[in-house]
Design a protein around this ligand. Sequence first.
Ligand code: ZN
Ligand code: FE
Length: 257
Amino acid sequence: MQVSLLPALSDNYIFLLHDSEQNIAAVVDPAEAQPVLRRLEALGAQLVTIFNTHHHMDHVGGNQQLIQRFPGVQVYGGAQDRGRIPGQQVFLQEGDKVEFAGRVGEVFFVPGHTKGHIAYYFPPTTYGQTGELFCGDTLFAGGCGRLFEGTPTQMLNSLTKLRALPDHTRVWCAHEYTQKNLQFALTVDGENRDLQTRYAEVQDVRRRKQATVPSFLGVEKRTNPFLRWEEPALQAAVKSQEPIQTFSRLRGMKDQF
Ligand code: ZN
Ligand code: FE
């Protein structure tokens, strides 16, 4: 399973999963159809699956056109998003399994950004292989999604599930927000050397107009304030030691940033 990233709209990423043996593909969160169709044509590959993480237009906007071009495509999404994801046929819940290119993906229910949000995690199958996490707008590189439909408690629980995955997991998040996220992170965790180093690297990558996605989950655990509500520095920054309050205050500060 090769994963590649297709920039879309102003700051979205669509992920294309390619099985080169069967020459079939799956796509995660097609914001729009054109970049996907172009890449599929270049590969000569057949689209068999759309994996949606949640119902927002910048994640499902390409569904209809892709279904038209590939009428057999299976459209996956969260059970709670029934009626909100165009063409949805499969309604997934926590613990469900999905399959692509001989890899089995686990479904996590991760409400908070929206009430139906799910994430897909493909664990490594051989030694040294990376795990692949498609987390939509729940976990971002250096940040997390805004709470549009969920509560801080839900989001904290959702991020706790993702944080439990191995460090050697690639985090494929759906937006290029990293630089701004890390700028905020430095305001609440400024003494963190790993964060300082990461910010310098990200500035460099963005200067070259390259993508900062994917990141590794290990790096997120060390530098992303929204996975670090137990750290004394962050608790001091928001003047609370209570996890939900710490998280909620951090999220509130980021909303104003
Ligand atoms: Zn969204
Ligand atoms: Fe989005």
